[in-house]
Design a protein around this ligand. Structure first.
Ligand code: NAP
Length: 324
């Protein structure tokens, strides 16, 4: 059985629970992956300016709209890159993304990170003395107000954030008078986000879980390769990735596994429901494996010298997020 479930957001729009991730899907691979996903039944695509592949995604969209799906049947998310946080460039950044994709509107536009940096369309990240150049003047509240205003243009249906903490969300909601519909965060059994999940439930903000399989960009073992996961998968006669996707779905998240491999695109979309015991078993992996955050700007090269999450590893960062 395929995943067809949708979840109603706090603004009334509906998000399909499984989406296709596209980070690190190379131009040349991504169009085929998107086309295959839509033909397989995916209706939710997770995109971003910084992934550098939106033009190719746009080519795939032309192949499937309207021959396979109508535009309104797809849920397309993209993200405002960090160098476009100044209110006066927010709408221009959205227009650029819509032009790359060949679309009139997005279903969801997210503030990609709670970090403002300098840069422009020709230079998305600027580096000085080995560090990413930060924009320390623009606040999260300034950016969020401009993103919320985009809804009036008709070019976005829902707006949200990504990689935001409870403190960030509390502040932008209080200042602007509108909560994000979605916070897209890293979430998987090694980073279960229990507290943040409780907070989001209370505030009716939906979580989309990224890196559900545990992306190994830092050279760490992917969670799909953990023996505990492969063992459950073997017992159930399913793929390890399906176990991890099912874990996120059971927690109420939208889950956006990335793949450019046709067979994986298909199997990741096949619904598996975990029993209570299996769910607990997957949840307990963290006890031996330890808490792991795979995506942390402070440890990237070049360094992003800013404390985003308040994790121990970020404690020596020189800068804090400008919230207000
Ligand atoms: N908001 C943010 O800051 C943020 C950050 C990170 C990610 N994201 C979004 O979330 C998406 C997913 O996260 P992610 O790309 O970091 O990691 P992921 O989806 O957890 O893992 C992707 C990796 O798993 C492999 N894979 C896919 N299906 C598999 C399967 N069935 N069995 C074994 N391996 C499989 C993929 O390889 P192949 O492609 O070669 O099959 C790729 O190497 C991203 O693509 C992006 O759209 C957002």
């Amino acid at each position: 059985m395929s995943f067809n479930n949708t979840i109603t957001l706090n603004d009334g729009n509906k998000i399909p629970q499984i989406g296709l991730g596209t980070w690190n899907s190379a131009p040349g691979e991504v169009a085929r992956a998107v086309e295959h996903a839509v033909r397989t039944g995916y209706r939710h695509l997770d995109l971003a300016k910084i992934y550098g592949n939106q033009k190719e995604v746009g080519e795939a969209l032309k192949k499937v709209i309207p021959s396979v799906v109508k535009r309104e049947e797809l849920f397309i998310t993209s993200k405002l890159w960090n160098s476009f946080h100044k209110p006066e460039v927010v709408e221009k950044a959205l227009d650029d993304t819509l032009a790359e994709l060949g679309l009139e509107y997005l279903d969801l536009y997210l503030v990609h990170w709670p970090i403002a940096i300098t840069g422009n369309l020709d230079e998305l990240v600027q580096v000085e003395d080995g560090k990413v150049k930060l924009d320390l003047e623009t606040s999260l509240v300034d950016t969020w107000r401009a993103v919320v205003a985009l809804k009036k243009t008709g070019k976005v249906k829902s707006v949200g954030v990504s990689n935001f903490t409870e403190e960030h969300i509390e502040a932008i909601t209080a200042a602007v008078g509108e909560a994000p519909a979605v916070n897209q965060i890293e979430a998987h059994p090694l980073l279960p986000q229990d507290e943040l999940r409780e907070y989001h439930k209370k505030k009716n903000i939906h979580i989309t879980a990224y890196s559900p399989l545990g992306n190994n960009i830092q050279g760490k073992t992917k969670i799909v390769e953990y023996p505990e996961v492969t063992e459950i998968a073997k017992r159930r006669g399913v793929d390890p990735a399906q176990v991890l996707i099912a874990w996120g779905v059971r927690r109420g998240y939208s889950v956006i596994p990335k793949s450019v491999t046709p067979s994986r695109i298909e199997s990741n979309f096949q619904q598996v429901d975990l029993t209570d015991e299996e769910y607990e078993e997957v949840s307990s992996i963290i006890k031996s494996a330890g808490r792991t955050r795979f995506t942390l700007p402070y440890v990237f090269t070049p360094k992003w010298d800013i404390n985003v999450f308040g994790d121990d590893v970020e404690k020596d960062a020189t800068h804090q997020i400008k919230i207000q």
